[in-house]
Ligand binder design. Structure first.
Ligand code: VG1
Ligand code: CO
Length: 539
C-alpha cells in the first residue's frame, strides 16, 4: 500500500556545491530526509518504469535513509532500484552503475570528506542519467520544490535486507542488491594495464581513512594487482570513520604523509575521502599538489590503455592552478575553466570536449564516469610509474623542467561567523573595479573580478563563483566561501604563483607564496573580519 504523509516545508534544503549536507541531527528531524527525497522525485521526469540507483559511503544514517528512499521510490513509480550491498557505493562507483544500467538517476548518500557519526554530517545528492551530479537548473528546481512541499509518499513495507545479494519486490518495484565493487573494478581493468602495474614491483601504501574505498582498494590493489596484504590501511568502512575527518589532505592524512617522508617510505602513497571521489598523491619524499597531479596525469595519460588515443581537452575548476592549462597548450587541445564542483564538468564530458577534469581539492577524473574518482587517479599514477619506470619525484621534476611550476596552496578558515564571512566577501566585491593598476604587498594587480561561467554547451551562466585577483607575472589569489560546510562559514583562500621553466622550480612552497599571502590579508582584511590569526587548514 502507498501511504501519503502530510508535511510542511523546511527552508534550509538548498543543495550546495555537492548536494544537501547537514548535521545528522538535522536529517533526523521528522520528515526532513523524506521532504528532500520527495522534492527530487517530484522534479525528476520519466520515473515510470525507470531504474534508480541508491548507495552511500556507509556513514551513520546511511542504512536508515536508504530504506526510506526505497519505500519512496516504490511510491514514485520506479520499476527497479539498484542498491549496493550493505548500502555501500562509492560516488564514482554509483556514477558507473547509473551509466551501465541505463538508470534514470541515483541518490548518493554522503557528506564526502566531512566527518560522520550521530553528531556529525550527512548528505543526499541526486545524480542524473549521465551518472553525474544534477546540473544547477535541476538543483534549483529541487530547492524550489522543497519550499512548497505538502506531502510525501511511500510504500508501507518492511525494510529490505541490504546485506543479501539478489532481488526482492517492494510494492511491485524490484530492489536489486548488487556487489558494489565488481562493475567498478572491471571498468578499472579496462582502462589500465594491470599486468604492467603488477610486473613493475612497486610498493604502495593506500589509506582508505576507514571510509568507502576500503573494499574497492582491497579488491583492486591487493587482490587483482597483487600488492602485499596491508597495502590498504584503514580499509574497513566505519559509520564514524573512526572519529576522524575522512579528508585526504596533509592535515587529516598526516600519518600517510609522515610515512612517505620517512626512510621506510614505499614507492607510492595515496589516500581517498569518505565517498571515494578524492585522491591524495604522495610519492616517496615527494608530495604532489592536486593541481600538479591533474597536470601530470594529463601529460602522461596516453601511457594508459584507456587514453592511448590522447585527450580531447582538459577542464579544471577556476581555483585550481593553471598547471593543467600549460599541458593542454602543449598538447594542442582546448582547456576549460569552470566553477567549483563536479556538476560543471558533466556537459563538457558528455559533449566530448574534455577527457580529463580536476579540482585543487584533490578531485581528478575522466570521461569514464561523471564523478571525480579517487582510485582512478591512483591507478593512472601507478600505470604511469609502471610504463615509465620513473619515480613520482622524477615525474614531478621533469614536468616542472618542461612546463615551469605553479606553486600552490589553499588556506581554509573554518567555522567562521557567517555574517562576518559575508561582509568580507561583500567588501572585496565592492572594490574590485578599483584594484587594477594598484599595488599590494609589492605585487601589482593586473585584473580583479568575480568569476562567472558560461557553459559552452548550453549557454547557461553561473555568476558569483569566487573573487579572483590576478597579479602581473601570473600570480593570483582567489577568495570564495565553501558550499559544503554544515556549520558557520568556511573561507577558502587559494594562492598561486607561476615560476617558469628554468626558474626556481625546486623551492619551498611557503617561501614562494609569502608575498601573495600578505597580499591576500591586505586585500580581504581576513584577521579583522574573522578574528583569526592563521588558517585552520593549509593544503
Ligand atoms: C569542496 C571543494 C570542491 C569539491 C566539493 C565536493 O567544495 O572545494 O572542489 O567539488 O567540495 O567535493 P566547497 O564548496 O566546500 O569549496 V566532495 O569530495 O566533498 O563531494
Ligand atoms: Co568526496
Amino acid at each position: 500500500m502507498i501511504v501519503t504523509t502530510a508535511t510542511t516545508p523546511f527552508d534550509d534544503q538548498k543543495p550546495g556545491t555537492s548536494g544537501l549536507r547537514k548535521k545528522v541531527r538535522v536529517f533526523e528531524q521528522p520528515n526532513y530526509a523524506e521532504n528532500f527525497i520527495q522534492s527530487v522525485f517530484d522534479v525528476v521526469e520519466g520515473k515510470q518504469g525507470a531504474t534508480l540507483v541508491i548507495g552511500g559511503d556507509g556513514r551513520y544514517l546511511n542504512r536508515v535513509v536508504i530504506q526510506k528512499a526505497i519505500r519512496m521510490a516504490a511510491a514514485a513509480g520506479f520499476a527497479r532500484v539498484v542498491v549496493g550491498q550493505g548500502g555501500i557505493l562509492s560516488t564514482p562507483a554509483a556514477s558507473n552503475v547509473i551509466r551501465q544500467r541505463g538508470a534514470l538517476g541515483g541518490l548518493v548518500l554522503s557528506a564526502s570528506h566531512n566527518p560522520g557519526g550521530p553528531d556529525e554530517d550527512f548528505g543526499i545528492k541526486y545524480n542524473v542519467s549521465n551518472g553525474g551530479p544534477a546540473p544547477e537548473k535541476v538543483t534549483e528546481a529541487i530547492h524550489a520544490r522543497t519550499l512548497s512541499l505538502s506531502e510525501w509518499h511511500a510504500a508501507d513495507s518492511a525494510d529490505v535486507d541490504l546485506d543479501t545479494l539478489g532481488e526482492v519486490t517492494v510494492e511491485g518495484m524490484i530492489v536489486e542488491v548488487i556487489d558494489p565493487v565488481a562493475d567498478y573494478a572491471a571498468l578499472m581493468e579496462r582502462l589500465f594495464d594491470f599486468a604492467a602495474i603488477r610486473a613493475a614491483g612497486l610498493t604502495v601504501a593506500f589509506d582508505a581513512m576507514s571510509a568507502v574505498t576500503g573494499p574497492y582498494a582491497t579488491e583492486i590493489l591487493e587482490r587483482r594487482l597483487g600488492f602485499a596484504p596491508g597495502t590498504v590501511r584503514n580499509g574497513t568502512p566505519l559509520e564514524d570513520f573512526g572519529g576522524h575527518h575522512p579528508d585526504p589532505n596533509l592535515v587529516h592524512a598526516h600519518e600517510l604523509y609522515e610515512l612517505m617522508m620517512s626512510a621506510d617510505a614505499p614507492d607510492f602513497g595515496a589516500a581517498s575521502d569518505g565517498d571515494g571521489d578524492r585522491n591524495l598523491i604522495i610519492g616517496r619524499n615527494r608530495f604532489v599538489t592536486p593541481s600538479d597531479s591533474l597536470a601530470m596525469l594529463a601529460a602522461n595519460a596516453h601511457l594508459a590503455p584507456g587514453y592511448k588515443d590522447g585527450l580531447k581537452g582538459i577542464a579544471r575548476s577556476m581555483p585550481t592552478s593553471a598547471a593543467a592549462d600549460r599541458v593542454a597548450e602543449k598538447l594542442g587541445i582546448p582547456s576549460y575553466e569552470t566553477p567549483t564542483g563536479w556538476k560543471f564538468f558533466g556537459n563538457l564530458l558528455d559533449a566530448g570536449m574534455a577527457t580529463i577534469c580536476g579540482e585543487e581539492s584533490a578531485g581528478t577524473g575522466s570521461d569514464h564516469v561523471r564523478e571525480k574518482d579517487g582510485l582512478w587517479a591512483v591507478l593512472l599514477w601507478l600505470n604511469i610509474l609502471a610504463a615509465t619506470g620513473k619515480s613520482v619525484d622524477q615525474i614531478a621534476r621533469e614536468h616542472w623542467a618542461t612546463y615551469g611550476r605553479n606553486y600552490y596552496a589553499r588556506h581554509d578558515y573554518e567555522g567562521v561567523d557567517s555574517a562576518a564571512a559575508d561582509t568580507l566577501m561583500r567588501e572585496l566585491r565592492g572594490k574590485l573595479t578599483t584594484l587594477p593598476g594598484t599595488s599590494v604587498a609589492g605585487l601589482t594587480i593586473a585584473e580583479a573580478d568575480d568569476f562567472a561561467y558560461e557553459d559552452p554547451t548550453d549557454g547557461s551562466v553561473s555568476r558569483n563563483q569566487g573573487v579572483r585577483v590576478l597579479f602581473e607575472g601570473g600570480s593570483r589569489v582567489v577568495f570564495r566561501l565553501s558550499g559544503t560546510g554544515t556549520s558557520g562559514a568556511t573561507l577558502r583562500v587559494y594562492l598561486e604563483r607561476y615560476e617558469p621553466a628554468g626558474g626556481s622550480v625546486d623551492a619551498e612552497t611557503g617561501d614562494m607564496l609569502a608575498d601573495i599571502v600578505a597580499a591576500a590579508e591586505q586585500l580581504a582584511a581576513i584577521r579583522q573580519h574573522t578574528g583569526r590569526e592563521r588558517p585552520d587548514v593549509v593544503t
